[in-house]
Design a binder for this molecule. Structure first.
Ligand code: NAD
Length: 420
């Protein structure tokens, strides 16, 4: 393997995952899975998730060789750098991985390591499923109606990060260019200004929308909704919608139809095993996920919209302690929970590891280990349904038993043994 800045799994456990040039991957019985605990509560939820995932793998006749990788605080302590090249290389080589949260300083300091990692791995689709588990308290009356998967573009829009600080000399050059050369001289107020540019490319849009449609077809989902604010930002968000429809109309034949075709040519009769592509304006979509929840399946959207919408969906199914995610590239998956490093709870063995466990479930599904994935998910659900929960859910459940992070993980492992 030739790495210095990772922790190699025990002799005899490692198995190379795949040939470097392979497009699709062939998962061995004992794959190496790089794991990055991350900052703050990452050191609580990381080991907890690891024990559950390992138990689910064992119960389905497999094994996992974990490869500890580092970024953020742990990498600074061990290697005096934020993001060792070995971390990125290991995920690239093994094509799979799971990570906890990484802290990003607000305002000043280094830029987001999450963004750097996503860019360097070119994991262009941030995928966030939101579904309700029995027993999880919810602010809505029918949480089971929520079963959506958001595909959030991960490399452009606000993540492209082209911004100028109001104190930066360059911001005046950008202002002059906009006003003098481009002729928009009555838009920016006088005085200090911060300016940002958001690129939305045909390449970035089409590969994201393709990923969302492929997923919908593979997993038997009915619709893919393109979410945008194209009524105001016509040439970025509006163009995202148009390019998205181009993918739907030009690349899939009869398997994919637009909502217009569905109603104009088929009177609303959707063919079996097909996906309908439609679009909604982002602010309306934030209402729709509450009022017409059951009408939506897969959402495909740009970075910022995707962040807002998936958090709004996540709130309906139990919030940050529950919400899983994964970053997908071509033949590459790095799973990670939606939540951050919650520094005030770090190291207290207190927070909920469910989001990290369910992120591992997504990874297992990606690896084709659907039985291990379902087992882990069912065991989490059974544990929560029996009211054995961490503090975040405990305060909302009458008569529940409050467990530490590690105790919750142990209870899930017990349920894996009972269910298998
Ligand atoms: P956060 O998700 O870390 O925490 C917000 C609150 O949510 C916490 O105070 C806690 O009440 C709750 N919470 C989060 N995770 C929980 C869990 N597993 N169980 C129970 N409750 C949980 O968000 P923040 O405070 O906005 O961000 C803290 C840091 O994390 C920042 O530096 C931010 O940049 C970073 N962050 C990283 C990622 C990532 O690595 N992908 C994502 C979001 C935020």
């Amino acid at each position: 393997m030739g790495y210095d800045k990772v922790e190699i799994p025990p002799e005899g456990k490692s198995v190379t995952v795949l040939d470097e040039d392979a497009d699709e991957f062939d998962v061995p019985e004992t794959p190496i899975i790089p794991i990055l605990y991350g900052d703050g509560i990452g050191t609580d939820v990381g080991p907890a998730a690891q024990s559950v995932l390992e138990a689910a793998a064992h119960a389905t006749g497999r094994d996992v060789a974990w490869l500890r990788i580092y970024a953020g605080e742990s990498a600074r302590e061990k290697y005096d750098e934020n993001l060792p090249a070995d971390t990125v290389d290991a995920i690239r080589e093994f094509r799979i991985g799971i990570k906890g949260p990484l802290t990003t300083p607000v305002g000043a300091g280094y830029r987001s390591l999450n963004v750097a990692l996503r860019k360097r791995l070119d994991t262009y689709a941030n995928v966030r499923p939101t579904y309700h588990l029995d027993g999880v308290p919810s602010p809505v009356s029918h949480p089971k109606k929520m079963d959506m998967v958001t595909f959030r573009e991960n490399t452009e829009d606000v993540y492209a990060g082209i911004e100028w600080d109001h104190t930066d000399d360059d911001v005046e050059r950008v202002r002059e260019f906009i006003e003098d050369e481009m002729g928009y001289d009555d838009i920016i107020h006088d005085g200090p200004v911060g300016i940002g540019i958001k690129p939305i490319t045909e390449f970035g849009t089409k590969r994201l929308v393709r990923k969302a449609i492929d997923y919908a077809l593979e997993r038997g989902r009915d619709t893919v909704t393109l979410v945008h604010k194209g009524n105001i930002m016509k040439f970025t968000e509006g163009q995202f919608r148009d390019w998205g429809y181009e993918v739907a109309e030009q690349e899939y034949g009869d398997e994919v139809i637009t909502e217009d075709t569905l109603w104009e040519e088929r009177d609303g009769d959707q063919p079996d095993n097909s996906v309908v592509v439609n679009d909604r304006i982002a602010d309306n979509m934030l209402q729709q996920v509450l009022t017409r929840t059951e009408n939506y399946d897969v959402l495909a959207t740009m970075n910022l919209n995707g962040d807002y919408i998936s958090d709004a969906c996540g709130a309906q199914i139990g919030g940050l302690g529950i919400a899983p995610g994964a970053n997908f590239g071509d033949a590459l998956c790095l799973a990670e929970p939606v939540h951050g490093s919650a520094p005030k709870y770090a190291g207290q063995d207190k927070v909920n590891p469910t989001a990290m466990i369910l992120s591992g479930v997504l990874l297992f599904e990606y690896m084709g280990w659907d039985d291990a994935a379902s087992l882990a998910r069912d065991a989490v659900e059974a544990t929560i349904a029996s009211k054995r929960v961490t503090y975040d859910l405990h305060r909302q459940i009458e008569g529940g038993e409050k467990l530490a992070t590690s105790e919750f993980a142990a209870a899930v492992v017990e349920n894996i043994e009972t269910l298998s």
